[in-house]
Design a protein around this ligand. Structure first.
Ligand SMILES: Cc1cc2nc3c(=O)[nH]c(=O)nc-3n(C[C@H](O)[C@H](O)[C@H](O)COP(=O)(O)OP(=O)(O)OC[C@H]3O[C@@H](n4cnc5c(N)ncnc54)[C@H](O)[C@@H]3O)c2cc1C
Length: 489
């Protein structure tokens, strides 16, 4: 039995199904995908969350396990440039797929940093080979298992932050930003996320940045098709209230509606902190006590505005990062001071640059993300959402999307409160536990519960971490942990 149909839960279900388990996925919402669900309104299709697909081979592996090819169901289109960074003074850096084109861009910005850039990319490749290719799907169940790899990770700079690592190689602040902002994709502050996440630069170079035609929802629908093709099922509006435990082993789950469902194995794709804090009675937990969960550090949250425009903005690419005047200071406000700053750095997604079918003819679909503090900031989002949306609209109108206010035909927002209410994410964090050194590998919630036999965890809050490569890898780890199928799951 799998609780939750985020990418982690769907991937776990495919993997268990391929090993002969009879799997039921229980999803509290009315549709699959979790953070990757789809909003359709007024003829526009908006992916709610992930759109940057960086490790397509992890999806291809799932399709192969179900006896199909990914390309049978979903077309992945390579995006180039990966994204454009636009600085507050109007300067831009295009992050190119091609190594030589990227080096030329670096040389244009800061010629004296070119050699350092090449050395950084070589380091990123080494970190990726160890941190992602070798260890990304390894269950760190014991401190000893982690200690075995610690010297190598430390040699590669793992004790530094991503920004700290990048700064050893390049001096230009714009380049430092361009090479260090990636932890924000997984909910971390580049100034205190372990430099292991410096691997993302190479990950993108090695496998590219892709977009699923039809939207990321096409991947979700594809995975649902694989699960059903394996003879398994997904139940919607099935809100799990409790994981039932007897004599230290799972017995099944109880739904909020009252029904109990028996299972020998339960895989929770619900937020890891929520799984422990709310779904398992405290007496069943020794390691993940309420105190420990409350003391953990959580990722930032996001304010997301989805909107459609009456016209197309052809000069805007698929992915743009629109930077404000501050980098470190803004991140301090978000992660440490936990205040809503008046300046902002935004990520603008224009999927219709690649797939015009996501909007009515002649229109554009967009979403814009603004990283904001999680709910500990005490911001009343009911009150602040509309003024904040308007401030974002003004900023976009002044920079990338002139005249925007008069072009909007459809609009909706997601606030940190929605991350809590819709996805049951502790503190409304958009990416669960923050990816700091002391919350990574063995220190992160394990994929097999330390306390309850038959309970497994996948998803952003578990090892290895958030982002699609992370959550798909968390499901892959189950293959090493879950015993062979007996009769049912
Ligand atoms: C706006 C946004 C943009 C992003 N962009 C990217 C990107 O471009 N590329 C990338 O790689 N990553 C991106 N990410 C990160 C990535 O989307 C997430 O890390 C990943 O999708 C999380 O997957 P998950 O398996 O943890 O499950 P989730 O998506 O968190 O899903 C968990 C599911 O469990 C269900 N559930 C919870 N509790 C219960 C319960 N008690 N009973 C039944 N069901 C329950 C929820 O309803 C939900 O459907 C983005 C995230 C966000 C929010």
């Amino acid at each position: 039995m799998v609780i939750g149909s985020g990418f982690g839960g769907l991937a776990a279900a495919v993997r268990l199904g391929a090993r002969g388990y009879r799997v039921t996925v229980l999803e509290r919402l009315e549709a699959p995908g979790g953070r990757a669900s789809v909003h359709r309104q007024d003829g526009f299709t908006f992916d709610a969350g992930p759109t940057i697909i960086t490790a397509p081979h992890l999806f291809e592996a799932l399709w192969r396990l179900a006896g199909r090819q990914l390309s049978d169901d979903v077309e992945l289109r390579a995006i180039d440039p990966f994204y454009r960074l636009r600085f507050d003074d109007g300067e831009v850096i295009d992050c190119h797929a091609d190594g030589e084109a990227m080096a030329a861009e670096v040389a244009r910005i800061a010629p004296s940093d070119l050699a350092g850039y090449h050395r950084f990319m070589a380091r990123s490749r080494e970190i990726c080979a160890l941190g992602f290719e070798r260890l990304g799907h390894v269950p760190f169940l014991s401190l000893a298992a982690m200690a075995r790899h610690a010297p190598d990770l430390l040699r590669l700079g793992g004790a530094l932050s991503v920004y700290g690592l990048v700064s050893r190689y390049v001096k230009d602040e714009r380049l430092r930003l361009a090479l260090s902002f990636h932890p924000l994709f997984v909910g971390g502050n580049p100034f205190d996320t372990t430099a292991v996440y410096g691997l993302i630069s190479h990950l993108e170079r090695r496998w590219g940045v892709h977009f699923a035609m039809g939207g990321t929802g096409a991947l979700v629908r594809g995975l649902v098709g694989l699960i059903e093709g394996q003879g398994n099922r997904i139940l919607y509006k099935a809100d799990v209230a409790e994981i039932m435990v007897e004599a230290g082993a799972v017995r099944g789950v109880r739904l909020r509606a009252g029904e109990s469902l028996a299972a020998d194995i339960v895989v929770s794709n619900a937020d890891a902190a929520y799984t422990y804090r709310e779904l398992l009675p405290e007496r069943a937990r020794k390691r993940w006590t309420n105190r420990r969960i409350d003391a953990a550090r959580y990722s930032m949250s996001l304010f997301v505005w989805y909107f459609g425009t009456l016209r197309r903005y052809e000069e805007v690419g698929h992915h743009t990062i629109l930077l404000g005047p501050r980098y470190r200071g803004l991140l301090d406000d978000i992660f440490n001071a936990k205040t809503l700053a008046s300046d902002m750095s935004l990520y603008l997604h224009r999927p219709t640059a690649t797939d015009p079918s996501l909007a009515p003819e002649g229109c554009d679909a967009f979403y814009v993300l603004s990283p904001v503090p999680h709910l500990d900031a005490g911001i009343d989002w009911q009150e602040r959402a509309e003024p904040y949306r308007q401030a974002i609209a003004r900023r976009l109108s002044e920079t990338l999307l002139p005249g925007l206010e008069d072009e909007i035909v459809t609009s909706r927002v997601t606030t940190p409160q929605d991350f809590k209410d819709r996805y049951l994410s502790v503190k409304g964090a958009a990416f669960s536990l923050a990816p700091t050194l002391t919350q990574s590998a063995w220190f992160r919630p394990h994929n097999r519960s330390e306390d309850v036999k038959g309970l497994y965890l996948v998803g952003a809050g578990t090892q290895p971490g958030a982002g699609l490569p992370g959550v798909l890898s968390s499901a892959r780890i189950l293959d090493a942990l879950v015993p062979d199928a007996r009769v049912s799951a």
